[in-house]
Every structure is written in C-alpha cells, then in structure tokens.
Unconditional design. Structure first.
Lengths: 201, 133
C-alpha cells in the first residue's frame, strides 16, 4: 500500500479556513434515486444486458475509485499543505458519501442477480471456488469499508463543519480514510483477477 | 486534542459485521442446494449479541454526545435501510425462501442497525458536549 506522509498539524486555534459545504450534497440525491430505480427495474426485468450494464459499470467504478483514492490521490493528499488538504477534503468527501454506497449497492445487487441468471452463483458451477473467493474478498472489503472508511468519511465532515475544526482530528480521520482506501484498493486487484477468470470460464 | 477512554465500539462492530458476512457467505456458497443453517444461525446470534454489547457499552459512557449521535445515526439508518432493502429485494426476487431467507433478512437487520450505530459513534466521539457548536 502507498505510503502516506502526514506532517504535524497546527493547534486547533490555528485551524485554517475552509469552504462552506453540505455534508450530504442534496443535489446528488436525485441522481442516486434514478440509479437505484434503474437498478430495481433491471432486477425486475431479469434481462442479461441491463444486469451486465449495472454490474460492470458500477463494479468498474468501484474498483477504479478505490484504486485511484488509495494509491494515487491518497499519497498526494498526504503531502499537500494543510489548507489545500482541507479544501480538497471538503469538496471530495461529501461526494464520496453519495457515490460509494450507491456504487457498492448497485454492484452487489446486480451482480447477485446476474449470477442467478447465468447460473454462476450455483454451487454446481464449474468455477464455484472462484465465486466463493469473490464473496470472501468482497466481504473483507465490506467490513473494512463499513467499519472504518465510511465512519471516518462522515466524522471528518462533521469535524470540518465545526466553527473551529481540530486539524489533529481531521488528520487522524483522513489518515484512517486513506489507509483503508489503500487496503481496499489493493484488494480490488484480487477482484479483478477473480472476475476476469469467471468471465472467461 | 483531548482523548477520552471509550469502549471498543469500532472493534466490536467490525467483529459483528464479520460474523454476518461469514454467515452470508456460508449460505450463498450452498445455494441453490439445501443450506445447513446451524452455523449461519449461530453466527447471526453472536453478531446480534455484539450489537447489544455495543449498545450497553455506549449507554455507560459518561457525557456522551447523544444528540449528535442520534442526528447522524437516524440519517445513516435511513441510508443503510435503503441498501439493506435493495439486497432483501434481490433475495426475495430470486426465490430465496424459508430458513435461508429468514437468516438473510435478520442479517440485513443487524447490518442496518450496527453500521449507523458505528457511524453515529464515530462522529459523536469527536464532538464532546463541552465544545458542541
């Protein structure tokens, strides 16, 4: 995983200014709703193309975002000056709060339905071991994401909303976010290996 | 930053979620054949017990910022109820029935309670009552 350098933060009294922001960007909620309605329709229709579309599109986004955040943006963020880091955080993290749960839900729900349709989740499937391996990888990623990454994402936004945010708290939570995103990013490589194996038989 | 001693809510919640995930993998790896439900039920019960442990631990924390906790937990609860609902819809739509469905639904309930609890805790722990804005 990428190394993250996080220099010492100044005292809370010297907290740098940050742009105003919404913790949950309300403008994004209609988009999330539209995606989820499309997902429900695809599952209800139980047709190959819409299920493939949702699973591959959302899965690719999930993998790419995790890899990019953990291995590219994370180390850059760790080396930025604190005011720049805070500004990027206030603009990035609210969007992540909507994007990641949506992308994960769409990938898993459409993936399960697709597996049912194609018979790849049946225990009699020839590559059943690979499918179970994918369950394990996704399960580990889910526990890390739900237990560490997502709470850190929300908590850092609440800290930034304070009149005097504590840079030490922000630094601690962002470090946790970046490290867990890096771990999940590395595990996404395993997902790529498994899914390409399953797709090619 | 002043650091208070707090119960290991995050660790307990992650263990609880791991148990749920293992139970889910156990069931999913057997479908569509008969699933021996004993291990999945045991994992679900253990996971639910850890939710209770976390709630009791939190209730015993002095000066915990409950207002902030509930503010976050109720909205997180709504969001995770939607994601749990989506997964429940898929299982029902696929014809999963009987004991497997009951265990999967209860697992989703534990998930939809424990994740918001953990998010609410993580926010509230850094929002001490004395410095609430």
């Amino acid at each position: 995983m990428a190394e993250v350098a996080l220099p010492a933060a100044p005292a809370a009294e010297e907290a740098p200014p940050r742009p105003d922001f919404q913790i949950v960007p309300l403008r994004g909620l209609p988009i999330v709703s539209a995606v989820l309605i499309g997902l429900i329709a695809a599952i209800a229709a139980n047709k190959l193309w819409p299920l493939e579309f949702f699973h591959i599109a959302a899965g690719a986004l999930w993998t790419s975002i995790d890899l990019f955040l953990g291995l590219v943006l994370g180390p850059i963020l760790g080396r930025m000056a604190i005011p720049g880091r805070i500004e990027l955080t206030t603009r990035l993290m609210p969007k992540m709060l909507l994007i990641m749960p949506t992308v994960v839900t769409v990938t898993l729900a459409s993936g399960w339905q697709l597996g049912r349709l194609m018979g790849t989740i049946d225990s009699s499937y020839v590559n059943h071991g690979w499918i179970v391996a994918s369950y394990i990888v996704v399960g580990v990623m889910a526990v890390i994401a739900l237990g560490l990454l997502e709470p850190a994402n929300v908590a850092v936004l609440f800290e930034l909303k304070k009149r005097r945010p504590d840079p030490t708290v922000i630094q601690r939570l962002m470090k946790r976010f970046i490290y867990t995103a890096g771990i999940i990013g590395a595990m996404q490589v395993a997902t790529l290996v498994i899914m390409t194996k399953v797709a090619t038989g | 930053m002043s650091e208070r001693r707090l119960p290991p809510v995050t660790e307990v919640a992650m263990t609880s979620m791991a148990l749920i995930v293992i139970g889910g993998i156990w069931i999913a790896s057997h479908l569509p054949n008969h699933v021996p439900l004993g291990p999945a039920v045991a994992l679900l019960v253990a996971s639910a017990a850890l939710v209770v442990v976390n709630v009791v631990s939190l209730l015993r924390v002095p000066d915990f910022n409950w207002r902030q906790f509930w503010l976050v937990a109720k909205w997180a609860g709504l969001a995770y109820a939607v994601t749990a609902g989506m997964l429940a819809y898929v299982f029902i739509n696929d014809g999963t029935r009987g004991g497997e469905l009951v265990v999967l639904m209860l697992s989703l309930v534990v998930y939809a309670i424990h994740v918001p609890l953990l998010i609410g805790f993580t926010v509230a722990r850094y929002q001490p009552l004395a410095t609430e804005h």
